[in-house]
Ligand binder design. Structure first.
Ligand code: CP3
Length: 340
């Protein structure tokens, strides 16, 4: 197996900088669209053969150094007892959002192996087919809580913050339940064979640093402590570049960096304690080939002093992205990093 990605996560020397793209399996690929045209998104997530097929697509088409399981952060929320739907216009919808002590009490513990068997089944298929490592993932408790409390995506997160500030004990009991579910869900992925895990905290950036420390970070720390030393753990707090020193305290081996901070400044905030993943603005892939190459080089230079560097976008690739530009980015990372 090509273990360049795993070496970079562990802070070991590599022959070149490994690269992947968040949301690399998705709608920008005609090959994905073809599979997706026959089944809805949740069916795709729940059918191991199809999930494995679309997971492999970007590895073959782009030449990235690692695969990420095709699934969604909201998959474990269904067996907790919420009805999940993906609407073409609104994105994810969770019915009967969690706003009361009774609703929190009703949430069930999950046993991922029995509740979401398709996840382990897809991982086992992938491990037998891939020549690169496989990343498993989950949402972070705070990000999952926002979806469960708001009932979907949100702008100001008023219901979430109302519970945090007005009913902190209720919020804590919800977060404890989500944390237990995440630990069980990630353990099932590790047991099935994933080589690394990423925790997506897509909404951590709506919190002040004080509230991040109080309402989000302790739960992430508890999760990461469970897996420390077993597989590399990547923690990505999107929009969190003003809180990087706190993010480092999560205990993760690798910290995700979005594009709102200069890579060199980010590396200096990481203090040589963890490796970095990032940090190209996904919209750079709408620019010219020269621009893409230039920005790739800037990030590689900025990351020179890093404990380890996994090249990635600063958030998910957008559905409108030209595939050839994504390929050009991957090629540029490989070419420019291997002659250093
Ligand atoms: O990275 C990968 O290739 C693996 C697959 C993956 C998906 N979602 C597939 C997906 C991963 C890692 C996720 C994580 C996820 N899901 C996050 C965290 C990352 C981030 O973007 O911040 C979040 C917040 C979600 C919740 C979610 N799922 C939203 C808000 C949406 C709607 C927005 C959108 O992009 O459509 C989804 C749907 C979703 N998840 C799609 C894919 C490929 C699109 C579904 C389709 O094919 O129509």
């Amino acid at each position: 197996m090509n273990d360049t990605f795993l070496k970079a996560c562990r802070g070991e020397k590599t022959d070149y900088t490994p690269v992947w793209l968040m949301r690399q399996a998705g709608r920008y690929l005609p090959e994905y669209q073809k599979v997706r045209s026959k089944v809805d998104f949740l069916t795709l997530c729940k059918t191991p053969e199809l999930a494995a097929e679309v997971t492999i697509q970007p590895v073959e088409i782009l030449g990235v150094d690692v695969a990420i399981l095709f699934s969604d952060i909201l998959i474990p929320v269904e067996p907790m007892g919420m009805k999940l739907e993906f609407s073409e216009s609104k994105g994810p919808v969770l019915h009967d959002p969690i706003r009361s002590a009774e609703a929190v009490a009703r949430l069930r513990e999950i046993r991922a192996e029995a509740d979401v068997p398709f996840v382990a089944d897809a991982i086992k298929l992938l491990v037998s087919r891939l020549k690169v490592p496989l990343i498993g993932f989950s949402g972070a408790p705070f990000t999952l809580a926002t979806y469960m409390i708001e009932g979907g995506s949100s702008k100001n997160f008023i219901n979430t913050k109302r519970m945090m500030y007005a009913e902190p004990e209720l919020f804590a009991s919800l977060m404890d339940k989500i944390t237990a579910a995440v630990i069980n869900y990630l353990q099932a992925q590790i047991d099935a064979g994933v080589n690394a895990i990423q925790i997506f905290d897509s909404w951590a950036g709506v919190l002040s640093p004080l509230d991040f420390d109080r309402f989000a970070l302790p739960y992430v720390q508890k999760i990461i402590a469970q897996f420390k030393g077993k597989v590399p753990v990547i923690y990505f707090a999107f929009n969190g570049s003003a809180m990087l020193r706190r993010v480092v305290n999560s205990g993760a081996d690798v910290v995700g960096i979005d594009w709102r901070i200069d890579m060199k400044e980010a590396i200096s905030a990481l203090d040589n304690k963890v490796a970095a993943q990032g940090n190209l603005d996904p919209c750079i892939l709408f620019g010219t080939r020269e621009l893409i190459k230039d920005r790739v080089e800037q990030i590689l230079n900025g990351a020179k002093g890093a404990k380890g560097h996994v090249f990635n976008l600063g958030h998910g690739i957008l559905p409108e992205t030209p595939v050839d530009n994504a390929i050009a980015m991957v090629d540029a990372v490989h070419a420019l990093s291997s002659r250093r």
